[in-house]
Ligand binder design. Structure first.
Ligand code: ZN
Ligand code: FE
Length: 258
């Protein structure tokens, strides 16, 4: 879940936590968009000097709602060449987990950015999928992350390749299985044009066969999105054979049946 520090979310962590308590959730996690080496890289993440403010906001929520387990985490962009920066970020606070996400398929194109939707017009969707999954595979192999975020994000706007994407999924999931990296079921996709959980059932089924662990996330950018569509996410996970998900404490995982 996110915070206003990323400049495209609303509500303080205490507001998200209050909503979680109302819903009867027992554990939530904040994983706001982490800073880049340069603050002017883009305009949809916290600034480097705000990292301590972010941690303080999450700590305040923990103190306000002691009955709720609240995890401190980050959603970190994976770009080749950023490995050293990501290791430094990992050492700055006692994170419970790091979500590795690919939004950028080049240094300048964040494929899920609505302001850059026109970029899709000049490109073959399958080429974007290939670039995206190449990077996602590197992210899984990097051993920098506990969880890989929204594993088929390129479908966000409903633009899909006609080609078979299965080999891309298999290559990525072999890397995730090898590294022991989990993938998330992210319900935000249901709120986008693709109207589908990230990842799709086909990808998730392959993941299950390779024993890739899963987590559940709403990717909430507002308090009323907390826990949204979790019943659907659990049903999807069950339908492909999952019976347990992962939780993280100080970057150690444990399995929880659902
Ligand atoms: Zn976001
Ligand atoms: Fe993301």
């Amino acid at each position: 879940m996110h915070t206003p520090l990323c400049r495209h979310a609303v509500g303080e962590p205490v507001d998200y936590a209050r909503r979680a308590v109302e819903l009867g959730l027992t554990e939530i996690g904040f994983s706001d968009h982490s800073p880049m080496p340069r603050d002017d890289f883009d305009d949809w993440r916290m600034l480097d000097r705000q990292l301590a403010d972010y941690v303080a906001k999450v700590r305040l929520a923990q103190q306000t709602f002691p009955q709720l387990t609240i995890r401190l985490a980050l959603e970190v962009d994976f770009l080749p060449g950023h490995e050293k920066w990501i290791k430094q970020l990992a050492a700055r606070h006692p994170w419970d987990y790091l979500i590795g996400s690919v939004h950028y398929v080049s240094d300048t194109w964040d494929i899920d950015n609505p302001a850059k939707l026109s970029e899709w017009k000049n490109r073959d969707p399958f080429m974007v999928w290939q670039l995206y999954f190449d990077r996602l595979t590197l992210a899984a192999k990097s051993n920098l992350f506990d969880i890989i975020g929204h594993a088929d994000l390129p479908k966000k706007f409903g633009i899909r390749p006609v080609e078979n994407c299965r080999p891309l999924y298999v290559k990525f999931l072999n890397a995730a299985a090898q590294a022991g990296c989990a993938i998330e079921l992210n319900t935000a996709g249901l709120r986008k044009d693709c109207q589908e959980i990230y990842p799709c059932a086909e990808l998730l089924q392959i993941a299950q066969r390779k024993f890739v662990p899963i987590t559940f996330g709403s990717d909430a950018h507002a308090p009323d999105e907390v826990g949204m569509n979790f019943a659907e996410a659990v049903a999807l996970a069950r339908s492909v054979g999952y019976r347990e998900s992962c939780r993280f404490t100080r970057r150690q995982h444990e399995f929880v049946p659902f």
